[in-house]
Design a binder for this molecule. Structure first.
Ligand SMILES: *Cc1c(COP(=O)(O)O)cnc(C)c1O
Length: 224
């Protein structure tokens, strides 16, 4: 099942890839078992993304095949220490104090951490990230921090059935990314798209998608 889903995904992505860039598929592994994650890796997944620091730590030693490890969730400053040196890409720098703390803690360990800056494309209260208007200044300030390597932008589109609205937002994210790419030579990733909207996102210029449900099936959250 997982293997088939991964293969279908790898087959489908090129059909929507109008920008012709290499599109990276990050398996979003929150709540998934080590066995399921390793099945996805065996099927060809080379990047896995966690949301929860605890899960990242618990599963870290049991993941096979040496995939890149990304952190895609909202990160609390006091948990950075558990990811340092183990996380290959932090997707979601959604506020300046987090970027500052990541830089400081990375520097104290002699590391440079690679990260993306999050844009809150739909202006949603419930989501982190900078507004379109704030992004340029935020990128400037964050890129000036010494122990970070900022390699692009991450965005989550809102829930909506209005495809035209979503396309408009996705294209605006891509345009923002293209503008910043001219100034910041390390920019190469635009992380945008989940199971429900990745096709639209890849059509609009995303080159990194974060896929959970379409690989592993519906998520079942443990009873609280
Ligand atoms: C869970 C999650 C995803 C994947 O969601 P699906 O709809 O299951 O594909 C992608 N990005 C982030 C930040 C997530 O938390």
């Amino acid at each position: 099942m997982i293997e088939e889903n991964v293969q279908n995904l790898f087959k489908e992505v090129p059909e929507y890839n109008s920008y012709g860039e290499n599109v990276i598929v990050v398996a979003a592994v929150k709540t998934r078992s080590v066995a399921d994650i390793n099945s996805a890796i065996a099927a060809g997944i080379k990047y896995i993304g966690d949301n929860h620091v605890q899960e990242f730590r618990d599963k870290y030693p049991f993941i096979e095949g040496n995939p890149q490890r990304h952190f895609i969730g909202r990160l609390q400053t006091n948990k950075i220490k558990y990811l340092l040196g183990k996380c290959d890409l932090y997707h979601s720098l959604d506020r300046f104090p987090l970027a500052e703390a990541l830089s400081e803690k990375s520097a104290s360990r002699g590391l440079v951490s690679e990260a993306l800056i999050e844009i809150n494309a739909g202006g949603e209260e419930s989501k982190g990230g900078f507004s379109f208007e704030e992004t340029e200044e935020a990128v400037g300030r964050i890129c000036a921090l010494p122990a970070l390597r900022i390699s692009g932008i991450m965005a989550m589109l809102p829930q909506s059935d209005d495809v035209n609205y979503l396309k408009e937002l996705a294209l605006r994210v891509r345009e923002t990314y293209d503008g910043l790419k001219k100034t910041y030579g390390d920019f190469r990733y635009l992380s945008m798209g989940m199971s429900g909207d990745w096709k639209l996102c890849v059509e609009c210029g995303s080159n990194m998608i974060r896929i959970g449900t379409a690989i592993f099936g519906e998520r079942i959250y443990p009873q609280k």
